[in-house]
Design a protein around this ligand. Structure first.
Ligand code: HEC
Ligand code: HEC
Length: 285
């Protein structure tokens, strides 16, 4: 008998073992599945998780924003007709003073969904409540800018296509604030209808250079009438911001959108000339 089974797998003992091992493994697998299932928070579906991630990024940006605002004296800004609502003790968001300032600003700028979004999405923190009192000299004024240009730039920030200078902060804002194309359009339409910064561009070396270097052919003789809606207005813009952008277009660190149109020409513009042009455009000379 034992001879008959010696080279054969199918003994009753082996069958018995296989049965219990199989059942054991199956049992352990099943138990683990039950544990994993119970440990998963079923209320947090994929959408909520994505939202939680975005909120985390948003908290980081909020942190970065308060760092920028830290130590800044906002009291001068508070006396202007338009008042950055954040970061001032007198203009605690939600306070009566804050509500009054926002109502005045809304009335002055036409209000509407673009105005509401501009504030809700924290754009005012960095670009100023009136969109022409930015926080730092290398931050741009946006009021009166061409809508098509604004939309193109905001989409490029969101898609990390514009990465020069301080662009990372714009990319972070677009992500954190979950800006949709619709939001971008509403904000840009509102911004483009605001009065552009007031500026008198003087005759002199700045103007001569601007003409000689052919800037006027694309941006208009007054720096405010570009030949295409997707080209930017420049007059009255912060000089330091203009300098940074010209340098970035010249050295190729800013290469998004239509900047190739301008890059070749910048090879013939020196650093000193960039400074002269920027100061003239801002209205300093
Ligand atoms: C934390 C500060 C910060 C916040 C918040 C912020 N921006 Fe900006 N924004 C900047 C900086 C800095 C730049 C310039 C980037 C560079 O160095 O090129 C910029 C550039 C831009 C530009 C390009 C302007 C141009 O002339 O090319 C647009 C348009 C813009 N921001 C719109 C917005 C809008 C709309 C919001 C709100 C959704 C917003 N920004 C929120 C800091 C900020
Ligand atoms: C051939 C057309 C052309 C010429 C000439 C030109 N530019 Fe531009 N410029 C552009 C375009 C297009 C942009 C926007 C690029 C983009 O899409 O991001 C731009 C952007 C700029 C910016 C950045 C503005 C902002 O808000 O970020 C500055 C500053 C500027 N130009 C200054 C000048 C000056 C000064 C000259 C002359 C030395 C000049 N440009 C000549 C087409 C031109």
């Amino acid at each position: 008998m034992s001879e008959q089974y010696s080279n054969h797998r199918d003994t009753p003992l082996r069958r018995f073992n296989a049965f219990w091992w199989g059942l054991g493994c199956f049992g352990i697998f099943g138990l683990m599945s039950v544990i994993v299932y119970c440990a998963t928070d079923k209320s947090a579906d994929a959408e909520d998780l994505r939202k939680a991630d975005r909120l985390k990024i948003r908290d980081k940006v909020d942190g970065a924003q308060s760092k920028i605002l830290e130590g800044k004296d906002m009291s001068a800004a508070a006396t202007k007709v338009v008042t950055p609502p954040q970061a001032t003790e007198t203009f605690v968001p939600g306070s009566e003073a804050h509500k009054a300032a926002m109502a005045a600003l809304s009335a002055k700028t036409g209000g509407g969904p673009g105005f509401d979004l501009y504030t809700a999405k924290t754009c005012n923190t960095c670009h100023g409540a009136d969109a022409k009192t930015p926080l730092a000299p290398n931050y741009p004024k946006l009021a009166g800018q061409n809508a098509d240009y604004l939309i193109a730039q905001m989409k490029d920030f969101a898609a990390s296509k514009r990465t020069n200078g301080q662009s990372a902060i714009m990319t972070a804002t677009a992500v954190a604030q979950q800006l949709t194309d619709e939001d971008t359009k509403k904000i840009s339409d509102w911004l483009s209808k605001l009065d552009p910064p007031k500026v008198e561009l003087a005759d002199g070396p700045g103007k001569d250079l601007y003409t000689a270097k052919l800037c006027a052919t694309c941006h208009g003789a007054d720096g405010n009438t570009p030949i295409m809606p997707i080209y930017p207005r420049l007059a009255g813009q912060n000089a330091q911001y203009l300098i940074d952008q010209m340098k970035a277009i010249k050295d190729g660190t800013r290469s998004n959108g239509q900047s190739a149109a301008m890059k070749a020409l910048m090879a013939n513009v020196s650093e000193d000339e960039i400074k002269t042009l920027a100061e003239w455009l801002e209205g300093k000379n």
